[in-house]
Design a protein around this ligand. Structure first.
Ligand SMILES: NC(=O)C1=CN([C@@H]2O[C@H](COP(=O)(O)OP(=O)(O)OC[C@H]3O[C@@H](n4cnc5c(N)ncnc54)[C@H](OP(=O)(O)O)[C@@H]3O)[C@@H](O)[C@H]2O)C=CC1
Ligand SMILES: O=C(O)[C@@H]1CCC=N1
Length: 272
């Protein structure tokens, strides 16, 4: 009954989402019952959220804006469902599928559907995310504002041209994994020198957060942050030269280059 109340309220409030620029009710969909059980546990007690399983068309029919979050390879077959396709008429669909282009998505939905591409990252879970949005030039400002509002509640959000989305996928989408390898390696160094694992991890994580904050909050160039730490003849320059001997800069830059290459292939049909 609670679920039905939420859906009824959604229906009667109709254009509330567009009027405020923020969503006021959520429908999550999945294909496996065990996912539904898990999601119900996560959203327990939230009267504004409904979890549906195996009912994509019904869920899309009740929504104003649809977020497509499946694996890139599954997107086409989900949108191929005739009822899902029709339910998307005149709606906005935001896809987070890596490597799936706006023009691919437009080919899989009705012509009246507004398509927006988004590339968020996992720190959205703690509202420290980075999301880049991309949309066709004539996208309605209401939908652009709406999408930007949604992702801005989860961290930073900006618009970029779609040609940059594979690089974005590699740098900020995959970036938390790369950053955590660096974090773990710094902590390993601390452990090697006798710190406990817990302490070393805390120090390394706070160092990365603090250094990032100096760049983001003060606008300092990363090189200026580095130089500010580096006492002539001191221990920092000794460590920095060791990093340079290990080609850390080109290794990290090439990491993003290779991840970008793979990101550009993710929306393609799997090779048989
Ligand atoms: N992981 C990341 O850091 C980022 C991922 N992305 C993109 O996000 C997308 C999802 O990635 P990820 O979370 O790793 O993938 P998961 O496989 O973990 O999640 C996919 C979700 O889609 C659901 N799903 C699958 N098939 C259907 C269906 N037929 N109908 C309804 N729901 C369905 C799954 O539910 P069920 O299990 O019940 O089928 C599951 O909840 C990908 O396109 C990826 O490129 C973008 C940015 C960052
Ligand atoms: O690894 C992936 O393909 C996804 C896209 C960005 C982060 N994870």
């Amino acid at each position: 009954q609670g679920i039905q109340d939420t859906l009824d309220k959604t229906a009667t409030d109709g254009d509330y989402a567009q009027a405020t620029g923020y969503p006021h009710a959520f429908i999550a969909t999945c294909s496996q019952e065990e996912s539904q059980v898990k999601l119900n546990r996560i959203f327990e007690g939230r009267a504004d959220t409904v979890v549906m399983c195996g009912e994509n068309a019904e869920a899309v029919g009740k929504a104003d804006v649809v977020l497509l979050c499946t694996k890139p390879q599954a997107a086409k077959s989900i949108l191929d469902d005739k009822d899902v396709y029709l339910a998307l008429t005149d709606k906005c669909m935001v896809s987070i599928c890596a490597g799936v282009t706006i023009s691919q998505l437009q080919g899989w939905v009705p012509a009246s559907t507004t398509v927006i591409r988004a590339m968020p990252n996992t720190p959205c879970m703690i509202r420290e995310g980075m999301t880049v949005l991309s949309c066709p030039p004539k996208t309605s400002p209401d939908y652009k504002t709406f999408a930007s509002n949604v992702f801005s509640t989860l961290g930073r959000c900006r618009f970029l041209e779609e040609k940059h989305l594979d690089a974005v996928t590699a740098l900020s989408g995959s970036g938390p994994a790369f950053a955590c390898v660096i974090l773990e390696a710094l902590a390993d160094g601390g452990v090697m020198m006798g710190l406990s694992r817990d302490v070393a991890t805390e120090l390394a994580a706070q160092v990365l957060r603090g250094a990032a904050g100096m760049v983001l909050n003060t606008g300092m160039h990363p090189a200026a942050v580095k130089d500010g730490v580096t006492t002539p003849g001191g221990c920092t320059i000794a460590g920095l030269l060791t990093m340079e001997d290990g080609k850390i800069r080109s290794t990290l830059a090439r990491t993003v280059q290779e991840a970008t290459r793979v990101a550009s292939t993710l929306g393609k049909e799997p090779t048989k």
